[in-house]
Write a protein that binds this ligand. Structure first.
Ligand code: GDP
Ligand code: MG
Length: 271
């Protein structure tokens, strides 16, 4: 397609829980990327009452740079509810594209322009560890196995041609977030990532994978837990039952102007 890209503001939604060591360097890195690439970029930090004062540190950056905003939530509820709340704010603010990423530098802020560029030809861009050129650094054999196995399992059970279903570095066109009934997406952890991508595919949106290297964090702690893994594992067959199989031939994507397609009711949607 022709015309300027991106077609409007890009909002990066950054969920945080106890990221005091990372949040300011991450905001500075993102603002630097926006400046260098001439991007109309904004960041929404979504903090779940971090006891380590992450939200106050983010607020200090917001006071000196109007492109940063902080959404404070009362308590830790997992990334799913945090993202849902953040997506609503980003849509409200007029985002054309919404990027989600971790605040611990596992996702390289320098890759944001690459995801944004890829959204010119796709409705949902996935930063993918499991396509050629992608990978994982600083993970042991167990975590590699759990992640790989989990993605393979979800891919087979759902029957979708996506290699990295659990990753959290993505770029959504606004239309995707407007179409998916966010209230119906209940998962808290990795399951949230799987469900958002599956619902996008079911709605006929074009999903592409762009290789990324995921690097395990240096500062702070992962909040991944056994519970989050089991929640995702149990969700996959439920999604397939509740929402049905993916379309055999995906419907053609919207015209590619970045504007929302005319809403058409999705008969498989269970709400
Ligand atoms: N708002 C919010 N952010 C969270 C929560 N759990 C994790 N995060 C953030 O989500 C991102 C990824 O979490 P992390 O624990 O590193 O998960 P991992 O990368 O899968 O090990 C980080 O920016 C975390 O601070 C939560 O319950 N609420
Ligand atoms: Mg992490």
């Amino acid at each position: 397609m022709s015309g300027p890209w991106p077609p409007g503001p890009v909002w990066v939604v950054l969920p945080t829980y106890d990221e005091a060591a990372n949040v300011v360097p991450m905001l500075d890195a993102l603002l630097g990327v926006f400046d260098r690439h001439g991007l109309d970029g904004h960041v929404l930090v979504v903090d779940d009452g971090s006891p380590d004062g992450t939200a106050d540190l983010a607020d200090a950056v917001a006071r000196r740079d109007g492109r940063v905003e902080v959404l404070r939530r009362a308590r830790k509820e997992g990334i799913g509810p945090a993202y849902r709340a953040g997506f609503r704010v980003a849509i409200d603010r007029g985002a054309a594209l919404v990027v989600e990423m971790d605040c611990d530098f596992s996702h390289d802020p320098q890759m944001v322009p690459r995801l944004v560029a890829a959204a010119r030809d796709a409705d949902l861009v996935l930063g993918s560890r499991y396509v050629p050129g992608g990978g994982v650094a600083r993970w042991g054999a167990v975590r590699r196995g759990v992640s790989r196995g989990g993605c393979w399992y979800a891919r087979i059970v759902l029957g979708v041609p996506v290699h990295d279903l659990t990753g959290g570095f993505k770029c959504f066109r606004r239309a995707v977030l407007e179409r998916i009934p966010l209230d119906a997406v209940s998962a808290a952890g990795y399951g949230f990532q799987i469900e958002m991508t599956y619902r996008a595919l079911l709605a006929g949106f074009r999903v592409v994978e762009v290789p990324i290297t995921f690097t395990e964090r240096v500062h702070g702690h992962s909040k991944m837990s056994r519970r989050i893994v089991w929640e995702a594992a149990a969700l996959v067959p439920r999604l397939r039952r509740r929402l049905g199989p993916p379309p055999v031939a995906p419907r053609p994507a919207p015209a590619g102007d970045g504007l929302p397609p005319a809403p058409t009711p999705d008969p498989r949607r269970t709400g």
